[in-house]
Each structure stands twice: as structure tokens, then as C-alpha cells.
Design a protein. Structure first.
Length: 280
């Protein structure tokens, strides 16, 4: 069986495309790509303007590197998917690593020609040197799927893989290691960015946020769900910090939605000055 991208590979009954979107990931990309080089039959990189040596690192593993603008997470991953040519696709981020155990499991499962059209992979989120086993981090993500008939949503953030109607989805046992943050500054920047994108996403589809009181309620509820209901307290001090950051992100997202809705109303009906003329 031919290796499409030139990377090392295993003799399997299936072919697998690995797609990765990047921007300034030089400190993490090598670890990510090294973890899948023996599994992938082709590696596809879509980069949106890296200014470090991300592209040089990517070139060590593949020649399928595409330089593009940034349309949002969903559209960018759809671009990468459209370039894939293998039977199966594994979509991972530059801050994720496929463990050797997960590599072996993927090979074993796909060699059985499964009836499922996709598989969820449990996350192993690593924050501040600690693996988080509870809270919102204890999730499984749909990242491994048959290429035929699959597509990404157009969401600018929190995109999802859509499958043909009636498709079966399985779940793997081994974890996808996710080094989600570099340091606390990066955590703050990432939280702010995702919150604002989430606010814009909800505004664009006309969702209501119940104003600032709703933003406060969401913040309290998200913290309680993450830290108590999903037992984030079992992850110790890092678990508390993560719950607090999720709470902060929820408040910022719905406060951002409130601000967008308020400004839209003001722009549609500008206030009038005492003389009856609309203010510009």
C-alpha cells in the first residue's frame, strides 16, 4: 500500500489522512506530528499566517502545506478536509498528541473495517503539569471519521463534524493528550478569544442571552456544573482554577452577547437630542 505523503507508515487495511490547522505553533507542532507520522498515510497542514518556524517544522513531515487566510475554525477545518484523499480522517490540533497506545488502538479498530462512521476519543487534558480527569475536561471528542460524506460545520468556534444521517459513532478507550495552554497568560488570552467568538456566534444566529443577569447566572451555573456536578474538585487546585476560568469565560461570552445586542438596537434606533434630531 502506497504512502501518500512520504511519512513512515504501517501496513494496514485502511488509509488515514491527518489534518491539522496551525498558526504560530512552532513550540508544539513537532511533538504533535511526531506522534502520528507512523500512523498517517498523508498529513495535511492548513496554516493561517504563522510568523515563527511552524512551516519549517511542518515541512519535515509533509509537503501538503497550504497557506491561507483565517475564516474561522469550522471553515478552515473544512478546507483541510476537502484536501484529504484517504478512507479515514483524523482531525487533531497542534497542541494535541496521539499516544502510542492510541495509535495501536486506531490501527486495530480500523483494520476490522468497522461499521461505525466515526469514533469519539477521550481527552487527557494537561494543565499546569496535571492531567485533568474530571470537570469539563473529562470529555470525548469526535475526531476520527470516514471521509466520505463527512463535513465540518461553518461555526467560527466550537466547530463539529457532521456525518451522513443514520451514521453510527463509536468510542475509543485510549486518550488523546491535549496540552491546552502554555502558561497563565496564554490561558487568559485563549479564554478571552473563545468568549468573544462565542458571543459573535450566538449574535449571528439571533440567540438571546437574557442580558447581564443572565450572564451572571451562566457564570455561577458553569462553575457549579464543572466543579461540583462533574467533580472538578477531585482535580485539586488546578481543577478549581479551570472551573473558575470556565465560569469567567461564560460570563464574558454572554456579557459580550448583551453588548452586541445593545449596540445593534442603538444603531437601529439612534437616540435623539433635545431638539428632536438624531445624534450621529
Amino acid at each position: 500500500m502506497r504512502n501518500i505523503s512520504g511519512s513512515h507508515w504501517m501496513e494496514n487495511k485502511f488509509t488515514l489522512s491527518v489534518i491539522v490547522i496551525t498558526k504560530n505553533e512552532a513550540d508544539r507542532l513537532d511533538r504533535c506530528l511526531a506522534s502520528i507520522k507512523k500512523l498517517a498515510h498523508e498529513i495535511i497542514i492548513y496554516d493561517s499566517g504563522s510568523q515563527d518556524n511552524t512551516l519549517e517544522i511542518a515541512a519535515r513531515y509533509t509537503h501538503k502545506i497550504f497557506k491561507t487566510d483565517w475564516p474561522g475554525y469550522g471553515p478552515q477545518k473544512q478546507r483541510a478536509l476537502s484536501s484529504a484523499r484517504c478512507d479515514w480522517v483524523l482531525s487533531i490540533d497542534a497542541d494535541e498528541v496521539v499516544s502510542p497506545e492510541l495509535v495501536r488502538e486506531i490501527v486495530e479498530v480500523l483494520n476490522q473495517d468497522p461499521r461505525e462512521a466515526a469514533f469519539r476519543i477521550p481527552w487527557a487534558v494537561i494543565n499546569f503539569g496535571k492531567r485533568l480527569d474530571h470537570g469539563n475536561s473529562a470529555r470525548s471528542v469526535k475526531r476520527l471519521f470516514r471521509r466520505e460524506g463527512a463535513r465540518f460545520t461553518t461555526a467560527i468556534v466550537h466547530e463539529a463534524v457532521l456525518l451522513p444521517p443514520g451514521s453510527r459513532v463509536g468510542k475509543l478507550k485510549n486518550r488523546l493528550i491535549h496540552y491546552s495552554i502554555r502558561d497563565f497568560e496564554h490561558y487568559l488570552i485563549k479564554n478571552r478569544t473563545y468568549s468573544w467568538l462565542g458571543a459573535q456566534k450566538r449574535f449571528d444566529v439571533g440567540k438571546r442571552g437574557w442580558g447581564l443577569p443572565g450572564a451572571v447566572f451562566r457564570a455561577f451555573w458553569v462553575f457549579f456544573r464543572c466543579y461540583v456536578i462533574r467533580r472538578g474538585f477531585l482535580d485539586g487546585q488546578v481543577g478549581f482554577l479551570v472551573a473558575a476560568m470556565y465560569s469567567q469565560g461564560a460570563f464574558n461570552k454572554y456579557a459580550g452577547l448583551w453588548s452586541l445586542q445593545r449596540m445593534a438596537r442603538l444603531n437601529a434606533n439612534p437616540p435623539q437630542d433635545p431638539n428632536g434630531a438624531k445624534r450621529q
